[in-house]
Design a protein around this ligand. Structure first.
Ligand SMILES: *Cc1c(COP(=O)(O)O)cnc(C)c1O
Length: 219
């Protein structure tokens, strides 16, 4: 990460790391935490709940990065510190209404369907400004930025082009008075291109933990 920052003219430590721990056992999370990482991403609610209980002695920051279903918003609003996958106003309102009063406002990112894939969640870039306005009116949510998961490709320039569209949207929103500080993009396969295009938070699973035991459905 630090080497990529230098290579692409990013400030030192401009990029932070989210360890994506889906399908990894609690022992592996504990081990990665002991090496200095405290921020973990999970896609599946029940699996995440079990891990949070087992690891409650550790001060971990939990990020929900899975597909949002409206019948699961209450536990997500209760348990997580961040949600990366808000893509519609109805979900944002539920998270806002269900965030417990004893917890600080929930940090949220708007997921952008940056490659406009029918199989992926996220709102279209054109619909983002309206969703930003809706979330800014919700006091129990703190809008921090955007999340993107582009179509998978091994072509570095193609990776950069997709991330660049997310960066342009992020800059456009900030130029119009929104205060976003987080651009969550880049996975094990494409984080170098994401850092080149302004990512502030990369989400690495296999690059940290090794391969996962099973394939999961798309987010
Ligand atoms: C699984 C997942 C990742 C991590 O992917 P790797 O290829 O293992 O680095 C990142 N973001 C999201 C949304 C994921 O579901």
């Amino acid at each position: 990460m630090r080497e990529c920052e230098a290579r692409f003219g990013r400030p030192f430590a401009a990029v932070q790391l989210l360890a994506v721990s889906k399908f990894q056992p609690v022992e592996a999370i504990g081990m990665v935490n002991s090496l200095g990482l405290g921020r973990f991403g999970e896609n599946y609610l029940q699996e995440a709940q079990e891990k949070m209980t087992a690891l409650s002695d550790l001060a971990l920051e939990w990020h929900f990065i899975g597909r949002m279903q409206s019948n699961k918003t209450r536990p997500i609003a209760t348990l997580f510190d961040w949600v990366h996958t808000v893509d519609r106003a109805s979900i944002a309102r539920r998270l806002n209404d269900q965030r417990p009063q004893h917890r600080p406002p929930l940090n949220v990112l708007i997921q952008i369907n940056i490659s406009e894939e029918a199989t992926k969640g996220g709102c279209l870039a054109a619909d983002a400004p309206r969703l930003v306005t809706a979330i800014e009116g919700l006091p129990r949510l703190r809008l921090r930025g955007l999340m993107a998961l582009p179509a998978s490709t091994d072509d570095f320039n193609e990776q950069r082009r997709a991330f660049h569209r997310a960066l342009e949207l992020y800059r456009m929103l900030n130029a119009h008075g929104t205060k976003l500080d987080t651009l969550s993009m880049g996975t094990s396969n494409d984080y170098e291109a994401a850092i080149a295009e302004g990512a502030t938070l990369i989400r690495l699973g296999t690059a940290i933990f090794g391969s996962r035991p099973a394939l999961e459905p798309p987010v």
